[in-house]
Write a protein that binds this ligand. Structure first.
Ligand code: GLN
Length: 547
């Protein structure tokens, strides 16, 4: 029940003040949403082609993102300006978004500049005393000069009618513009990137002072609403089944379900033989002994390893694992369903819990031109349809760090909440080439050494994801005075905030000898390994995992 005594089934955009980000395909679009969340402002992203008048909720303001296109190009994406202006709410255009606002007011005033502008710029803020009150609000309190980040090639040739200049740089005379009577703002630079240090304050000015949103998006507020939303959705007797993996997302989702419906939530851990050292035992201990969650561990390792025999192609590995996962999970669900049907106080299993996060949602809805799948993601996407189950996704609106805060609120221990992500296909994609049992054993041992050392040296939390992979080549080494043609372990450790881009961890600067120590432990303790290398590739062009 909410404060009016109404049952809550509504998603956050119905109960929190919400800003809408319309995406024109910029690589930074998701960051706008992310920064607003840092300000405890709820924000959602939709493609620029969304019908904003058909939404079930009303945004308090709209931000038009940047984008790789040029507004004057044939086929360039455009927002339906008539619809957008009918919402009668403030609008902020960033880069392409600024050009889009200008173009909708006068489709001749955007053109290609003589040169691209990429990098830092000094912005001068122009004050407009005596004009309408909203005019100076965007840059209010930010000083007279601002360090900003630019990334554009097009420019405005002249101001659209009714607009005036609120900021400029030597190179961009229309770096900030505002409509004379309406709260429409456009800026040529990117406030959402960390290279614009006061960007967050500008976003706050827009959201709080111009759109009048409340900064009430906190996990304290969310958790109570979400638990009652789950209870209302599932009903008095409904039951939910969900897969857990030991990762933070499925653990938090499971704990939340348990808080909401107790024993009517059934967790299943499929041990596919591709898990890390002692993983199944640890998950069982945490979920069952500590949290009291109903958990079934299914040992299907022989089945998975059998199916993976001879498979070396990364995509085929992922697909084989995904398909078998669905089969095993489904078999287990049928057993649980039968048992559930016999329990006197509970109804059928109608729901499938999934730990989908907001970046997955963004990835699937954001505006892109022709794009291609980089890797197929292992998820249980095929499950709900095959099993006639309805999906329940309590983390669907959350970013990873929000999930972590939520997990902490729910009493999940710190080492679990801060666990690095682990891929669904598990160690199979960290053994390059065929994932056989002996090869998996090697990578498992090496991984454990690496992770244990990270923890022992207080580096685990400083890296976002770290692992060992086994390369499918051999190199010569000398072990105990004997020539050995052994295998190679590749270590990878990256730092990232959103996993969309990443750089390798620079252990060499702060912790000069750390990698030496890991390397020497691995070559000493893991049989068959004669060489250890450190992967220094960034993402892009690399991906975080090897396959
Ligand atoms: N394509 C537009 C330009 O080059 C917009 C770029 C952007 O939004 N970052 O000016």
């Amino acid at each position: 029940m909410d404060s009016n005594g109404e049952p809550v089934t509504a998603p956050p955009n119905a109960t929190f003040d919400t800003l809408l980000v319309l995406d024109f395909g910029s690589q930074y679009s998701h960051l706008i949403t992310r920064r607003l969340r840092d300000l405890q402002i709820y924000s959602e992203l939709l493609p620029c082609t969304a019908n904003v008048l058909d939404l079930s909720w009303k945004p308090k303001g709209v931000i038009l993102s940047g984008g790789p296109y040029s507004v004057y190009e044939k086929g360039a994406p455009h927002v339906d300006w008539t619809q957008l202006s009918q919402l009668d709410i403030p609008i902020l255009g960033i880069c392409y978004g600024l050009q889009e606002i200008a173009w909708h007011h006068d489709n001749k005033n955007v053109l290609a500049g003589e040169k691209r502008e990429y990098g830092h710029a000094k912005l001068k803020i122009e004050k407009h005393k005596g004009e309408a009150a909203h005019v100076d609000k965007l840059f209010n309190g930010l000083g007279n000069d601002l360090d900003v980040w630019m990334s554009h090639g097009d420019k405005l040739s002249h101001l659209p009618a009714s607009f005036s200049i609120i900021a400029d740089t030597p190179n961009a005379p229309f770096a900030g513009i505002v409509h004379g009577t309406k709260p429409y703002y456009g800026i040529q630079f990117h406030p959402e990137v960390s290279h614009t240090p006061k960007g967050i304050e500008l976003l706050r000015n827009f959201a709080v002072d111009i759109c009048m949103v409340r900064q009430h998006w906190t996990m304290e507020e969310f958790v109570g609403k979400e638990i009652s939303r789950i209870r209302t959705l599932v009903g008095e007797k409904g039951q939910v089944i969900g897969a857990v993996s030991g990762g933070v997302d499925s653990t938090v989702a499971a704990k939340l379900m348990h808080e909401a419906i107790g024993g009517r939530f059934h967790a299943v851990l499929v041990d596919n033989g591709l898990l890390r050292q002692d993983e199944a035992k640890i998950v069982h201990k945490t979920l069952t002994n500590h949290f009291g969650i109903q958990l079934t561990v299914v040992d299907a390792s022989q089945r998975f390893l059998g199916e993976l025999k001879g498979v070396t192609d990364p995509e085929q590995k992922r697909k084989t694992i995904g398909r078998n996962f669905i089969d095993v999970f489904q078999e287990e669900a049928h057993k649980l369903e039968k048992a559930a049907a016999n329990s006197p106080n509970a109804g059928d299993i109608e729901w499938l819990l999934q730990g989908t996060l907001y970046p997955d949602v963004i990835e699937s809805i954001s505006f892109k031109g022709p794009s291609q799948t980089i890797k197929s993601h292992h998820n249980v996407g095929g499950l709900p349809a095959a099993m006639h189950l309805k999906l329940i996704e309590p983390l669907r609106e959350l970013f990873k760090d929000e999930v972590r805060i939520l997990g902490t609120k729910l009493g999940i221990p710190e080492h679990l909440v801060w666990r690095h992500p682990f891929p669904g296909p598990g160690l199979a994609i960290r053994v390059l080439g065929e994932a056989t049992e002996p090869q998996l054993r090697i990578v498992r041992q090496a991984d454990k050494i690496f992770i244990d050392e990270l923890v022992a040296n207080d580096l685990y939390r400083k890296t976002s994801q770290a692992f060992a992979a086994l390369l499918p080549v051999r190199a010569v080494g000398v072990i105990g005075d004997k020539r050995e043609h052994g295998q190679i372990i590749s270590l990878r450790a990256v730092e990232t905030t959103d996993f969309m881009t990443a750089v390798r961890s620079h252990f060499d600067i702060e912790n000069r000898t750390f990698l030496d120590r890991v390397s020497s432990r691995i070559t000493n303790e893991v049989e068959g390994i004669t060489r250890v290398v450190y992967d220094i590739t960034s993402k892009p062009p690399g991906t975080i995992e090897m396959e």
